[in-house]
Design a protein around this ligand. Structure first.
Ligand SMILES: Cc1ncc(COP(=O)(O)O)c(C=O)c1O
Length: 364
């Protein structure tokens, strides 16, 4: 028998989550964001599952887009950070990669290139996140230059990104939206252009900012971007389940210690189950004692340090645990966000940092 640790990926859930994004904003179209190996789920498989539904796929950089093309994906692919060097403009034109345009240097590279086909450009405006994007006062001039260039299609899209979309009562959301809307009102060149502002949190909770193009990422993978309850997020279906099995069971006596450094000490006679899944499989090394693990569907606490290949769980209170009992580290029955909270991180990080080691087993 091979090592039982694997990640089950439910592609039907992925498609359902994409459909939910579309249903929440029926007047909009949605770029399916599959960057960073589709948040750890496998970019090619995720893109193939979403391609029949999504008019455009989204990735961070040209290498990610080329990987999808090489795998036979033919839909347009938006490069969410745009180009990193001038030579990428030609590749983007040839391969039908849409470009997020983040700064004046990228604009210069686009208009100077000799391209086969004019490019689809999304002009990113920095409305307050101060990470990427043109300053509002640069936008009118930038649009004039892009529109005058034969290298650029006329259907430029005005885009921005919220810094705190997951914090529903954070006033910066309204401030960024006001900045964007005022800019559009005042900018003659921007009149009539489609707009794109909404990541997952905005799609789920801020219909004012849906506009014409959504950019859902994390929600596609079935977890909520919020730390509080949200009715729409409750409809999401988890896509990845990180699963394994009990590979060892042993009784220990009160006072005995478990794992590297003996960091957990039994207060009572206990039964310890060892699970074949560790930080080499994407389980967070900093998950503390008490982090929930599902053994045969029942919650049991992690005890002792997370090893590279294994974790140890106190199953004293769970009847009938056996060698081969099913262990779920996160997934359909245990939300990845819950594990992330114990490990002092976010579900985004746990999913995206999933290494290649656990085989992805896809069901469609
Ligand atoms: C520009 C842009 N749009 C959309 C997304 C998707 O965001 P989320 O995963 O929160 O839906 C990201 C992710 O970081 C992004 O950088």
């Amino acid at each position: 028998m091979s090592r039982p640790c694997h990640a089950q990926i439910d592609l039907q859930a992925l498609r359902d989550n994409y459909r939910l994004a579309c249903e929440l904003a029926p007047a909009a179209q949605a770029v399916a964001v599959v960057k960073a190996n589709a948040y750890g789920h496998g970019a090619i498989e995720a893109a193939k599952a979403l391609e029949p539904l999504a008019p455009v796929l989204g990735v961070a950089c040209i290498e990610e887009a080329q990987e999808l093309r090489a795998a036979g994906i033919i839909k347009p692919i938006l490069l969410l950070e745009g180009i990193f060097s001038a030579d990428e403009v030609n590749i983007a034109s040839r391969e039908n990669f849409f470009l997020m345009v983040e700064n004046l240097e990228q604009i210069e590279a686009i208009i100077q290139a000799e391209v086969e086909h004019p490019l689809h450009c999304w002009l990113k405006v920095d409305t307050g996140m101060h990470r990427l994007g043109l300053l509002p006062e640069q936008v009118d001039g930038a649009l004039a230059i892009l529109k005058a260039s034969n290298n650029v299609q006329a259907d430029i899209i005005m885009a921005s990104h919220f810094a705190s979309a997951d914090e529903l009562d954070n006033p910066s959301n309204a401030e960024q939206l006001r900045c964007f809307d005022e800019l559009i009102d005042e900018c003659e060149q921007a009149q009539g252009l489609a707009q794109s502002l909404a990541n997952s949190a905005t799609i789920l909770a801020n219909p004012n900012a849906h506009r014409q193009w959504l950019r859902p990422g994390f929600m596609l993978y079935g977890a909520s971007p919020f730390t509080i309850d949200n009715d729409n997020a409750a409809k999401l279906k988890p896509v990845m389940s990180l699963l394994s099995e009990v590979i060892s069971l042993r009784p220990i006596q009160a006072g005995e210690r478990v794992g590297y450094g003996g960091k957990w000490q039994a207060e009572r006679d206990s039964i310890i189950a060892t699970i074949a899944c560790g930080y080499g499989d994407g389980y967070p090394r900093h998950a503390p004692n008490g982090t929930p693990v599902l053994i045969d569907g029942q919650e049991a606490p992690l005890v002792g340090r997370v090893s590279m290949d294994m974790i140890t769980v106190d199953v004293t209170d769970i009847p009938d645990v056996q060698l081969g009992s099913r262990a779920e580290m996160w997934g359909k029955a245990l939300c990845v966000n819950r594990v992330a909270e114990y490990a002092n991180t976010i579900g985004y990080e746990l999913l995206t940092r999933m290494p290649a080691r656990p085989t992805r087993v896809y069901s469609s």
